[in-house]
Design a binder for this molecule. Structure first.
Ligand SMILES: C[S@@+](CC[C@H](N)C(=O)[O-])C[C@H]1O[C@@H](n2cnc3c(N)ncnc32)[C@H](O)[C@@H]1O
Length: 270
């Protein structure tokens, strides 16, 4: 039996990082490894040919690397938070079929995976919640989901490739509401500048032939734009590609490292 992801909805965008994680694991195994993605791709009723057609291209390979590095960056922040809050909740916002929560499991934390109901229905079949784990169907922009998170021992939230599909005001009001509901917790997400976000819409989404979906949210200086001392929101940002790693691995060419440096300095922030 194969499971279907609804076409031309924001939910369909989960295919892009899922495929990229599989490719990144194959191309850069010493930097990133995710066995789950390859296993799940075979179980989804989706025509991967359009995504696969471009996978030989140089820039697409760099894109696969970006997705793997992003997942490592997020996992670093989650594990770092768990060092001081071992019983905390690890909350994957807009989880798609990503298993980072479980990859960071320290054996005692709580894990939550949140996405739209149709995605969670597929997730429940393919990645059923394990011990100390819950898959929660919701719209992230409706804060009713807050009540379902046990943050009594702290919580670290992460959103991987999700906020691009939100309007600026939606991200801001969600972040403010979270700061109020979950004081002293940590939220980690990837974001990019205007040029990079329009590239995401023109390349990744268009190539996958996903219609009716656009990428909106961008920031040029996350610390300046999103920090708010009055509301207890302290923001720090690091380079998307080189903020957590030097990418010094023989599988990564010197040119890719240069591109990563250019990207971090010019268009991409994390
Ligand atoms: C590009 S995918 C990323 C999936 C996953 N984070 C990953 O890295 O594989 C974006 C995900 O965000 C989810 N999403 C977008 N807007 C959402 C919302 N308002 N509420 C819940 N989920 C949302 C989509 O359904 C989709 O699964």
């Amino acid at each position: 039996m194969k499971y279907k992801i609804e076409k031309n909805t924001v939910q369909e965008t989960l295919i892009i990082p899922l495929y990229a994680r599989k490719m990144c694991s194959e191309l850069f195994p010493d930097l990133y490894r995710d066995e789950t993605s390859a296993r799940l791709i075979d179980k989804i009723d989706y025509d991967f040919t359009k995504v696969a057609q471009k996978s030989e291209s140089f820039m697409q390979k760099f894109g696969f690397l970006e997705v793997g590095v992003r997942q490592n960056d997020l996992a670093f922040e989650v594990r770092d938070y768990l060092k001081t809050h071992p019983n905390a909740s690890v909350v994957n916002l807009g989880c798609g079929l990503d298993n980072t929560g479980r990859h960071c499991d320290n054996g005692i934390c709580k894990i939550y995976n949140l996405d739209f109901p149709d995605v969670i229905a597929v997730r429940n079949e393919l990645l059923p919640a394990g011990e100390r784990e819950k898959n929660i169907p919701c719209d992230l922009n409706n804060t009713e989901w807050f009540e379902k998170i046990d943050a009594s021992d702290g919580a670290v939230f992460f959103a991987s490739g999700v906020f691009y599909y939100f309007r600026y005001e939606q991200v801001k009001s969600l972040v403010y509401a979270m700061a109020k509901a979950f004081p002293s917790c940590r939220l980690v997400f990837d974001s990019a500048g205007k040029t990079a976000v329009s590239m995401i819409a023109k390349t990744w989404i268009k190539q996958a032939k996903i219609k009716d979906v656009n990428a909106f949210f961008y920031v040029s200086d996350a610390e300046k734009e999103l920090s708010d001392r009055d509301n207890n929101i302290n923001v720090s940002s690091k380079g998307y590609m080189l903020g957590y790693t030097d990418l010094k691995d023989e599988s990564v060419s010197a040119f890719f490292r240069l591109l990563a440096k250019f990207g971090d300095n010019v268009i991409i922030i994390f």
